[in-house]
Ligand binder design. Structure first.
Ligand code: WT7
Length: 581
């Protein structure tokens, strides 16, 4: 019997208090994610249970119990308080998936700080934009990544503390501190911050079409939704060994790579080493992984490497598989049934939703290629593209929308109340953020297009904006274009997604050059590297096309849609009509 039981019964009697009960959390108890994910598990008699089974490059291994998680995260909380940080301060985590990342994440939350995890492969410009926007006061990083911080520190007056948590202390520069949590004393007691359900917890940056990335602010009560979806969709039980392959720089890596599973006291595995299919299978085999949450890009790579490789490993421990981030091809579902003996269960959600919204769960009939049905307690609809009214015809394409009010919903885009408001339809003018997140008569609009069939299954169509989804990671065209025009040769730039077998989309850039520069392969390579270093390998264009002129509307807005359609071999439409936009 799976944790979700009967969907129809769950759906009929649903109330979010179920989520609190699933977690065993009672009104009046301390509501702090750091505490819930460690101390509470210890208090339930599981202090010596393995919390983290970790492997890094070069065969490095570590095992940490829930008691370690508790005492080490306390040590980070203590450090931050001693450094003068106070509740509400943004503390950035900028490191690989090393154990300290996990301890520090919980430690920041324990002292009331806002954890701001950023992908360690970000270059200095991507980092700067996000630290600036967040007004980040402290950054925790490692010897490997601190150089990027040094490059931009002078531009970030709010950034008071740079703390290096791994590496050679002798290599530190002035104004930097060193803290090795495993060499430091364990901290047994700490006065945990208790700010109630609405206290801010995690800040994740996500890309949109216009402007630089936006900071989606989450709160401590998100744990209710994250824990319940972990239980019902990922089906975790006390005996499971769970592996979420995502990096905590992205929301999957925190909601389902830290918070949900540890709130339930599950054992998690982390592999901090690059991807190869063989390495991944060996990891599953060695740790006897039972539940595995991954992404279509990875699954497509596994498919490419074939069924024989699967058979060379003992993967008999696996019992449940799930996927998120991009459309999960029907072929991938069928393939996984063939080779693993079970399907990948697709789940749909976003940084903003904080937890799964539409999903396939154990026991549910899977229609390969569909994202599944709304989670109990989630009211979803497809809104008509013109009227914004829910469509009533099965198969009609429109915008995926949700009624507000689920616990893990984002509470703001940091410092951008108008952009936050623009994500809702039907709200009265001047509605407060509080109203936007509670009004049951309005819709939160996801920005994705889909249809729903007569059985209530959702089918993804595509994004409704120009954001590029490369291997499950969103990159914003504006961020890439802004970086491109900082290259000395580039006058104007447009970035769009072009089709890619493995990553679904990769970035392609169209550029016009300043007078005096001529197109060449060398210049193309130089521009690519410039973006890789400044932003990240994900944002780096895989192709650059030189152009004399970029298509624009009469008001001067870039017509990315037109360029994108050309790349995808779709009907681009008549440029002259597009120009009227
Ligand atoms: C966007 C959100 C939420 C975890 C990781 C991504 C796309 C997500 C699916 C899916 C098709 C999907 C959407 C969405 N997406 N899951 N199952 N099928 N597309 O979080 O970075 O905020 O990206 O990823 O376009 O809006 P994110």
């Amino acid at each position: 019997m799976s944790n979700i039981g009967s969907y129809l019964e769950r759906q009929a009697s649903f109330d979010w208090s179920v989520a609190r009960e699933a977690l065993g959390w009672k009104e009046g108890e301390l509501l702090n994610i750091g505490h819930i994910c460690s101390d509470r598990v210890c208090a339930s008699g599981r202090a010596d249970k393995e919390a983290l089974l970790w492997e890094g490059f070069g065969g490095k291994k570590a095992v940490h119990t829930f008691d370690d998680l508790r005492a080490r995260s306390n040590a980070f909380a203590r450090l931050l308080v001693d450094e003068g940080l106070t509740p509400g301060d943004r503390v950035c985590l900028f490191m690989d998936k090393i154990p300290s990342l996990y301890f520090a994440f919980l430690g920041i939350l324990k002292m009331g700080g806002i954890a701001q995890p950023l992908f360690s492969a970000f270059g200095d410009e991507s980092l700067k934009v996000r630290l600036e926007s967040a007004g980040t006061r402290a950054i925790l990083t490692t010897g490997k990544h601190v150089k990027k911080v040094r490059k931009i520190r002078g531009d970030l007056p709010a950034l008071e503390k740079v703390i290096v948590v791994e590496g050679d202390p002798a290599k530190l520069k002035e104004g930097e501190e060193f803290f090795d949590v495993e060499a430091a004393d364990r901290v047994e007691e700490f006065p945990y911050f208790d700010g109630g359900p609405e206290a801010p917890s995690v800040l994740h940056y996500t890309s949109g079409t216009t402007g630089q990335p936006k900071g989606a602010q989450h709160v401590h009560s998100s744990v209710w939704g994250q824990a319940l979806t972990t239980s019902w969709v990922l089906d975790l039980t006390d005996d499971d060994v769970y592996w979420c392959t995502a990096d905590p720089g992205w929301v999957t890596g925190t909601s389902y790579g830290i918070i949900g599973p540890w709130a339930l006291g599950a054992t998690q595995c982390v592999l901090d080493a690059g991807f190869t299919s063989a390495r991944w299978y060996r990891f599953i085999q060695d740790h006897r992984v039972t539940v595995w949450y991954s992404a279509p890009t990875a699954i497509r790579s596994l498919m490419r490497d074939g069924a024989d490789l699967v058979r060379k490993h003992d993967l008999s421990s696996l019992r449940h598989l799930a996927s998120v981030g991009e459309p999960l091809n029907a072929e991938a579902v069928v393939w996984s049934e063939e080779v693993f003996g079970m399907p990948f269960h697709d789940t749909f959600w976003q940084t903003e939703t904080g937890a799964m919204m539409i999903a396939n769960w154990p026991g549910m009939k899977i229609k390969p290629g569909s994202m599944g049905r709304p989670f109990p307690g989630i009211t979803a609809a497809i809104l008509d593209l013109k009227t914004n009214d829910p469509v009533t015809t099965p198969g009609q394409v429109g915008l995926i929308a949700f009624r507000p009010g689920w616990p893990s919903m984002f509470r703001a885009y940091r410092n951008q109340p108008d952009v936050y408001r623009s994500k809702f339809v039907g709200a009265p003018d001047g509605a407060s953020p509080e109203e936007l997140r509670t009004n049951p008569d309005i819709w939160y609009v996801s920005g994705d297009r889909a249809s729903v069939d007569a059985d209530g299954y959702y089918w993804f169509v595509g994004r409704d904006d120009d954001v590029i989804n490369t291997g499950g990671h969103l990159v914003g065209p504006f961020e890439i274009e802004s970086a491109l025009i900082e290259h000395e040769a580039v006058a104007e730039a447009a970035a769009v997604g072009k089709p890619d077998q493995m990553n679904m989309e990769v970035v392609k850039a169209f550029v016009t050059l300043h007078a005096g520069y001529t197109p060449s392969d060398e210049l193309e390579l130089d521009i690519m590297n410039f973006i890789r270093k400044k932003l990240s390998p994900l944002a780096m264009p895989q192709e650059i096309e030189y152009s004399d002129k970029l298509p624009k509307t009469r008001s001067g807005k870039l017509l990315r849609r037109y360029l994108r359609a050309l790349e995808w071999g779709e009907e681009a439409g008549d440029l002259s009509t597009l120009e009227d936009d």
